[in-house]
Design a protein around this ligand. Structure first.
Ligand code: NAD
Length: 427
């Protein structure tokens, strides 16, 4: 991290983590902000942070306490928007960085939202369904004072899903005495969810990947694809690539790494996982060492699990042509530099995984207007927004001779700071 960065007193320098990565990415764009650079400090401080205690009664009658967060990084362009993560490693630094990346992402694709993120430091696998519901409802009621359809709109992230969004929507609605479908996105269809939302992030990864592959002359038919993470994002992205004729040769999850040089049957793996069967028992591939995943030769590599996966330690061993960041923050700035030196094109998270928030935007619009679209309409509009955004970014990066990430941060910072400038500084 740049020693010149002033950290807020609530963040220990040794705990700066992902927030330090975000600050470095802002730094790389700052010299291109022209007259707006005078406002850049606003992006280095989240607007609002709420830390809550989430107590629940366990099934055995004891009371357990969990740390919960909601961070609103910037709301200059519209209400906060960003997912909620349930994970044992959630920390303030991580949620701050994820909220910052949401500000950038929403500005890159041009949806009228600011950036926010939430999380609870819990391993949900250790909770019963009843405990998970109580945790979700108590967390929602604790952050209820800062969220709302025109304030901040949560959505699913790691280990959260449609069921959890339904509980969040219900809890918020009870608090306000009126059904408020637009308070969260990623809901079940029966509660105002949008068609196409479930696969939207993975589909967006594919749309960007297809556009990037066309730019570098890489045919998707027969392309070798490796995917880390087989959850909401990785699963859908893998299915889209397989449908386009690519071979998904490796999939890694917390349970291990599956490899098949001729391509594994992604649909069957999805069914295997949905049936709750152990990953290692999947018949259509061999289990390999986790560390070997990063050394497999591929055409497309999709990290779609967690942040800080590609670092100075392993970036030099990666042999691929196109790296599509399905996850948020999977590559550190040092890893990024090594990939660039090795000629690997990185399509950064702030555009590659923006399909989820794009369809979340569609869901919010549909809820507010109470008029729902067909799946073809959703997918068509997603495709158009993402393809146009990717095309504009590619051109900007070529013109400025910078990476796609720096081009994305420059474009987004300009859009956010222009809004900040026009709104003026209160009072
Ligand atoms: P998920 O909980 O549905 O799936 C996560 C997957 O990652 C699982 O398959 C899990 O086994 C795997 N995983 C976790 N830790 C791992 C590790 N250490 N090594 C290998 N695999 C590991 O989560 P998701 O919603 O698919 O989110 C994945 C990433 O995509 C996150 O970075 C998230 O912030 C980002 N993202 C998600 C959305 C969305 O709409 N869900 C949108 C944009 C970005």
């Amino acid at each position: 991290m740049n020693p010149a960065h002033e950290l807020p007193s609530y963040l220990e320098p040794k705990g700066v983590g992902s927030w330090g990565v975000f600050l470095q990415q802002i730094d790389r764009a700052t010299s291109s902000l022209g007259e707006l650079a005078y406002l850049v400090e606003t992006l280095k401080r989240p607007k609002r942070i709420l830390i809550v205690d989430v107590p629940i009664k366990r099934d055995d009658g004891t009371v357990a306490h969990f740390e919960g967060y909601r961070v609103q990084h910037n709301v200059s362009r519209g209400p906060g928007k960003g997912g909620v993560r349930f994970h044992q490693d959630v920390s303030l630094s991580e949620v701050m960085a994820l909220a910052g990346w949401m500000s950038i992402k929403n500005a890159v694709i041009g949806v009228p939202f600011g950036g926010a993120k939430g999380g609870v430091r819990v391993d949900p696998r250790r909770l019963s369904l009843r405990e998970l519901e109580h945790l979700t409802r108590r967390y929602t009621s604790e952050i209820g004072i800062v969220i709302g359809p025109d304030k901040d709109i949560p959505a699913p992230d790691v280990n959260t899903n449609e069921k959890i969004m339904a509980w969040m929507m219900d809890t918020y609605s009870i608090m306000h005495g009126a059904t408020s479908t637009a308070v969260v996105t990623g809901k079940p269809l029966a509660l105002g969810g949008s068609r196409g939302r479930r696969d939207a992030t993975g589909r967006g990864v594919f749309v960007c990947g297809r556009a990037a592959a066309a730019k570098i002359g890489l045919p998707l038919e027969g392309a070798r694809v490796c995917v880390q993470g087989f959850g909401n994002v990785g699963n859908a992205a893998a299915r889209c690539f397989a449908q386009a004729g690519a071979k998904v040769i490796a999939v890694q999850t917390v349970e291990g790494t599956l490899h098949h040089p001729a391509g594994l049957d992604v649909q069957k793996l999805a069914e295997h996982q949905a049936a709750g069967r152990p990953f290692a028992e999947f018949a259509g591939a061999a289990l390999i060492d986790d560390a070997a995943f990063w050394e497999l030769e591929s055409d497309v590599l999709i990290p779609a699990a967690l942040e800080n996966q590609i670092t100075a330690a392993n970036a030099g061993r990666i042999r691929t042509r196109l790296l599509l960041e399905g996850a948020n923050g999977p590559t550190t700035p040092e890893g990024d530099d090594i990939l660039a030196t090795n000629g690997i094109i990185v399509v950064p998270d702030v555009i590659a995984n923006a399909g989820g928030v794009t369809v979340s935007y569609f869901e919010w619009v549909q809820d507010i207007s109470s008029y729902f679209w067909t799946e073809d309409e959703v997918n068509g509009r997603l495709d158009k927004i993402m393809s146009d955004a990717f095309g504009a970014l590619w051109e900007a990066a070529e013109q400025a001779r910078v990476t796609l990430r720096t081009a994305a941060f420059t474009l987004a910072c300009r859009r956010i700071l222009e809004a900040r400038h026009l709104r003026g500084l209160y009072p």
